[in-house]
Design a protein around this ligand. Structure first.
Ligand code: Y12
Ligand code: CO
Length: 175
C-alpha cells in the first residue's frame, strides 16, 4: 500500500474519522504503510485521515535523547479517547499536512488515554511532555481539527496569507 500525505486546504482533513471494528490484516497494512510514509517525511506523528483514510488510527514515534526514532518507540493507537487531562502547556507545533508552518498552540500538560493496539487489546497510557502534545494533536485530526484551527483570528489570517504565498512559490518552482 503506497500512501501520500493529504495537505491543507484539502477538505478531506475536515472529515470525522470512524471507529475501527475489525483488527485485521487490512488494518495492519494501513498501519505499516503509515509508518513508512511518516518516517520518509521526517514526521513524528500521523493520523490515518492525513493519508486519506477516515479511520480512528494514529501513530507516534517521538525522537529519543539521540534524536533517533527506534521502532521500539513506535506507538500505534486505534480508537483513542482521552479520559483525563491536567495542566497547561504551549508548544510550537508542526504538521505534515501543513508543510513549512509552525505555530505556538495551547495544550494540556498531562493526559491519560485509553486506546486499542493493532491486535485489539485495550491499553491505557499516561503521557506528558512532547508525547502528550503529539497525542492531543493527532486525536484532533481524528475529529477533523488542525492545529491552525486553534489560532486566534489575526494569527489565522496571517497564516492564510503566508501559506498561499508559499504554495504559489512552490508551484512556480516546479513549473
Ligand atoms: C508536537 C507537535 C505536533 C506533533 C504532530 C506531528 N507533527 C509532525 O510529525 C510534523 C512533521 C513535519 C516535518 C517536516 O519536514 C521536515 O522537517 C523535513 C516539516 O517541514 C516541512 O514541511 C518543510 C514540517 C512538519 C507532534 C509533536
Ligand atoms: Co498534524
Amino acid at each position: 500500500m503506497k500512501l501520500t500525505i493529504v495537505e491543507y486546504p484539502d477538505k478531506k482533513l475536515k472529515e470525522k474519522s470512524k471507529a475501527i471494528e475489525k483488527f485485521d490484516k487490512e488494518l495492519h497494512k494501513l498501519l505499516d504503510a503509515m509508518y513508512e510514509v511518516m518516517i520518509k517525511s521526517n514526521g513524528i506523528g500521523l493520523a490515518a485521515i492525513q493519508v486519506g483514510h477516515a479511520k480512528q488510527v494514529l501513530i507516534l514515534n517521538i525522537p529519543d535523547e539521540n534524536d533517533t526514532q527506534p521502532l521500539d518507540n513506535l506507538i500505534e493507537m486505534i480508537n483513542p479517547t482521552i479520559v483525563q487531562r491536567s495542566g497547561e502547556t504551549v508548544y510550537q507545533e508542526g504538521c505534515l499536512s501543513v508543510p513549512s508552518f509552525y505555530e505556538d498552540i495551547d495544550r494540556h500538560e498531562k493526559i491519560i488515554v485509553h486506546y486499542h493496539d493493532r491486535e485489539g487489546s485495550a491499553q491505557t497510557l499516561s503521557a506528558d511532555g512532547l508525547l502528550s502534545i503529539a497525542i492531543q494533536h493527532e486525536i484532533d485530526h481524528l475529529n477533523g481539527i488542525l492545529f491552525i484551527d486553534k489560532l486566534s483570528y489575526s494569527r489565522r489570517k496571517k497564516f492564510e496569507k503566508e501559506y498561499k504565498r508559499v504554495q504559489k512559490e512552490k508551484k512556480l518552482s516546479k513549473a
